[in-house]
Design a protein around this ligand. Structure first.
Ligand code: SF4
Length: 600
């Protein structure tokens, strides 16, 4: 019997015995007692996992659950005891990452993993990938199961940011794209609803199984084994293997119903405006050469607000050496279009690619954050690692590529952090790859912490957003003041309005874009850190207080008006449309818009 099961059985017995003092302190003691002899960290009892564990057994192993003999009254008491107070994430927004199905990619970069169970560049060991595989890569089931898990862990999920990852979005058929996003919204609208129209999670699961699909890891491994072996031996490319797997009867049957119309999507969007789980951000991952006006319009109609774009390097020779079929010119064009269309721009950049040196990496990063053609809003900064299935392996074995030594890598990243301007957030420094999949390269999961410690030791000021984000403990919301950082890009003047404390900690911000062609101004992002927003609301009191977010929007409108713009747009998310309507914005085709005159 596992420790978790033993703990649950003891709790059930205590409830049945009518013990009186069954509260959080009693539960803490019980957990400590069960962990005393546990040397293996993975086998320890975690208080927050008791409820998901109980519900998981009840759902997936009803026979075992029946042996626990839990009657209705005991279960009610058990749920009451195990349910922790609802928690919000620091930003006040729950993030749900979903993965698209395995699909050929129109590039074939050297360092990119070739796991045929996954969309290109992902590995089946990554947490979000495991979830996706357990749910047949179905968007509805992925969201539904994540919402279930988050709720069971006591998280508040009324505001959700959806992140769509996997291969390259632009390579998927348009009807699959529309279906995928429609189903994301449908899951959020259905979750917790008393009655679900159409396919709920159980019927959907049965539908996949009826087509011959499985979520059993062993069976999936067996079914894909021959293809994976052929890819690893260089007899098949990843794309050829995926085409072969997707041509199998079960995949073809499933693909026939993975389609939706824009009318279906619109219906789910409208429901989501007032749903209990609203989408406050939708991020889609793609590649710069697959960004054009048509695609950006299409993504906007889906409700996309942020684009994650793989750059990896701004050095043409390095892009070529790593077999990335993208030019620096295409990257710069993509930046300009994304900005003019109002998207938040998150990019991936890699250090230690084939052909780079530490100094060349530093210079590349400076180009990214100083050259007017680029200047992203958010960066995922990944050191290149060798994973077993990538073509980089041959270069490693010939001694043509080597990972940097740890101290060299940390020094490069320290310099990158210090060079990052005030309007940029470095969201990540490592990928969620399991260390067992890494043949060579950084395996330290606390790499960012190591970098931060060295940055702190340097005593040099840090402008980067994530390092400056306030926490509940050290901010007095009444002491905030608004500051404006102005910078220029190839197509716009950008104003980064930020709420900061006296020591330059950041509590919220707004990205205002003023296009040089004198069209209409654009608000690309408004973000107030959830905890600050709540304290601010509490301390100022209901009716009179003006929210920090609203003040940012009003300031952006005032600045745009002063600069001679007649109207301002906001790239709102489906779940924030009501908020902007209340601020005087009217619905448009792609954006919400406010006319700027003397009164507005
Ligand atoms: S474009 Fe992205 S997914 Fe495609 S091969 Fe390159 S890194 Fe992999």
């Amino acid at each position: 019997m596992s420790r978790m099961e033993a703990a649950i059985l003891e709790i059930i017995a205590a409830i049945k015995a009518g013990e009186r003092a069954l509260d959080a302190a009693w539960l803490d003691k019980l957990v400590r007692r069960h962990n005393r002899a546990a040397h293996d960290a993975n086998r320890r009892v975690a208080k927050r996992r008791l409820l998901p564990y109980y519900l998981g057994v009840k759902r997936s192993d009803p026979q075992r659950w029946a042996t626990w003999e839990v009657d209705a009254a005991t279960e009610e008491a058990l749920l009451r005891l195990l349910k922790m107070k609802p928690r919000r994430t620091a930003s006040g927004v729950a993030t749900i990452t979903v993965i698209t199905k395995p699909w050929p990619c129109s590039s074939d970069c050297l360092y990119c993993p070739n796991d045929v169970r996954m969309p290109k560049s992902y590995l089946s060991n990554e947490p979000a990938c495991q979830r996706a595989e357990r749910n047949y890569f179905d968007p509805y089931l992925q969201v539904y199961s994540r919402l279930t898990a988050l709720s069971e862990m006591g998280h508040v999920t009324d505001k959700v940011e959806l992140i769509v990852l996997g291969g390259t979005w632009g390579d998927y058929p348009e009807e699959y794209q529309t279906w995928f996003v429609t189903e994301l919204f449908r899951a959020l609208n259905d979750f917790g609803a008393p009655a679900i129209e159409g396919d709920g999670p159980e019927r959907r699961d049965a539908r996949y199984r009826a087509c011959g699909a499985t979520y059993d890891k062993e069976t999936i491994a067996q079914r894909t084994e021959a293809c994976q072996r052929a890819v690893s031996a260089g007899e098949l490319t990843y794309n050829q293997a995926i085409r072969e797997l997707n041509a199998r009867a079960e995949s073809r049957d499933i693909a026939t119903w993975q389609t939706a119309t824009l009318a279906d999507l619109k219906r789910e969007h409208q429901k989501n405006e007032d749903a209990a789980h609203r989408v406050v951000g939708l991020c889609i991952e793609t590649r710069p050469d697959l960004i054009d006006e048509g695609r950006l319009r299409a993504m906007r109609l889906l409700g996309c607000t942020k684009v994650q774009m793989g750059i990896q390097s701004l050095d043409q020779a390095t892009l070529q050496a790593n077999r990335r079929n993208v030019t620096v010119e295409q990257i710069s064009h993509a930046f300009s279009l994304l900005r003019l269309y109002g998207y938040k721009i998150q990019i991936h950049m890699m250090v230690n690619l084939l052909g780079m040196t530490p100094d060349a990496d530093r210079a590349d990063y400076l180009r990214l954050v100083r050259d007017e053609r680029f200047l992203p809003d958010e960066i995922k900064l990944y050191p290149c690692c060798l994973v077993e299935s990538s073509r980089l392996r041959a270069y490693y074995e010939r001694g043509e590529w080597q990972p940097y030594a740890e101290d060299v890598l940390v020094d490069v990243l320290v310099d990158d952090v210090l060079a990052t301007p005030a309007y940029v957030r470095i969201s990540r420094m490592i990928r969620d790859i399991s260390t067992t999949d890494i043949v060579a390269g950084n395996k330290k999961t606390n790499l960012r912490q190591m970098v931060e410690q060295k940055v702190a030791k340097s005593g040099r000021p840090v402008q980067e957003i994530r390092e400056r984000e306030v926490s509940l403990a050290n901010v007095d919301p009444m002491s905030l003041h608004m500051d404006c950082v102005t910078y220029h890009t190839a197509v716009s003047e950008e104003r980064f309005l930020q709420w900061v404390t006296e020591d330059n900690r950041i509590a919220g911000f707004c990205r205002l874009s003023l296009p040089l062609d004198r069209g209409e101004a654009m608000i690309r992002e408004v973000h107030v850190y959830g905890r600050v927003a709540r304290i601010h609301a509490t301390e100022r009191g209901g009716a009179q207080h003006t929210g920090l977010g609203k003040q940012l929007v009003e300031e952006a409108c005032a600045q745009a008006r002063d600069m001679g713009y007649d109207a301002i747009n906001v790239i709102s998310s489906v779940g924030t449309r009501n908020y902007y309507r209340a601020l005087g914005f009217a619905d448009g085709d792609l954006y919400q818009r406010r006319v700027l005159d003397e009164q507005n």
